[in-house]
Design a protein around this ligand. Sequence first.
Ligand SMILES: [Fe+2]
Length: 583
Amino acid sequence: MLILGLNTFHADTAAVLVDGDTGKLIAAIAEERLNRVKHFAGFPDMAIRECLRIAGATPADVTHVAVARDSKANLVSKLGFSLRNIVNITKMAKQRLENRAALAHLPELVQQAFARAGGTNESVHYHHIEHHLAHLASAFLVSDFQEAALCSIDGFGDFASTMTGMGKGTKIEILDRTLFPHSLGVLYTSACQFIAYNKYGDEGKIMGLAPYGKENFRHFFDQIISLEPEGRFKLNLQAFIHHTEGVDYHFDERGYPHVAPMFNAKFWTERLGPVRDPKEPLSQRDMDIARSLQACLERAYMHILNHLYNQTKTPNLCLAGGVALNSVANGLALEQTPFKHIYVQPAAGDDGTAVGAAYYVYHNVLNKPRNFRMIHAYTGSSFNDAEIKSALDARGLTSENLDDATLYDRTAECIAEGLVVGWFQGQMEWGPRALGNRSIVAHPGHPKMKDILNARIKHREWFRPFAPSILTERLNDYFESTHPSPFMLMVYNTKPEKREELQAVNHVDNTGRVQTVSREENPRYYDLIKAFERRTGTPVVLNTSFNENEPVVNTPAEAIDCFLRTKMDILVLGNHFCRRPNV
Ligand SMILES: [Fe+2]
């Protein structure tokens, strides 16, 4: 008996398989890693088939399909709002019909994926779980906590932008919802669009830009959002157009998602000056907007969380939703709220709702007890030695097949020398971050490493920081926190005496987006960092995702192609160690 969880017709479409007898998460994969379209927003056809392949299962084994979407959720509010407010009702109605049509075809699409996997299953049961309930479930039901406060914040899903709740055992009690058109996600995305960061997922870049600015536009942001009693907030709708024009969210022929501008250009330009021309370099004004935006988000986030604490009085907090990818705000929650323990599931964005929907069905439809904790994110495809060797041979790359101890030591030596290493091991990560299985690894204290990586491999914006992976037990020696961050979703202050030692991963505001690594979570990555520590005294490596302006590599062939295309020095695939010919 298997439960197939789906996030579909949303960005970051994904499939997961949960064992309906044991509750074990068998596989979880975002479609973008397989079809190579970043943030793919169509149907996760390939991910369904890959999950079945990993499970060694056939479509006949799937008994339940859990979809993280419920078009009936909040329907009364939705219809009421439409009648009262929508100016461009034709456009909104068209979008809604398109959504419903896509969902109506879901069983057909699932059957097509099953057929391509070599089987059929007409007797499968479908369950639709409200988007934010799936977000809450995605964090709580796989966390360590038997009791926790729950919070999900994003742009929109099923007409809501925020949901808070209380989790106890297998049950989730919803405490509050914020409905369309009020949304912190819309506010954040709008400001990103105003400074011409309008690609899907650009919000994380602006979080990295913020420390270069000053909070000179606090007054503006105070004008467009108000914090209300009971942990609520309201947008000043004069500053936005999504409530009159509809959220023009669509995906193109490749399945890449686009969101049309949501800000009222007249309102913003009168107060902030012209919309940034993307051809022009970022100005101090743009950086000040980024800083003011981030500060505004943090105030609203803490306002919601502090109220949630007052309602629940538990030290445990689970966070989900696109806004929970804001690792700076997450880190702040440990300082500015009474919560002591925070769990953010690695796929905090919409991909993660596939996990939430599946576990919601497992616990609340099948009424099974809690028995699974997601302590690592390695739930995707993996490749055996023969497959790796065959990919190397196909591209004429020679490698040495080293034993584990030699591999860690040799790789650590290369990192210590300032070489850039492509590190490919085991199962692909779940969620947006590379966490040591599909990572590029480098020296965290090399003064030029950030420039080297940007010039030679990543070609990213100059202001975006690289992240540190640190041995969990050494966290507090380097950062002002003792709270683990296994999924790189917390930002902590770097201790003053360690800033130089970590200069390639220390952001301009002396912080790091930390990944803590324990041996239990990832023994091979842990042993590599340990080998680097033995050699240099530093229990930290720089970790960035193994890719070049594309989804993170999944297969050995993609890793080799990226290695050959860029100027990485070393490639490690499993136990195969390859040097670039002239290094
Ligand atoms: Fe969401």
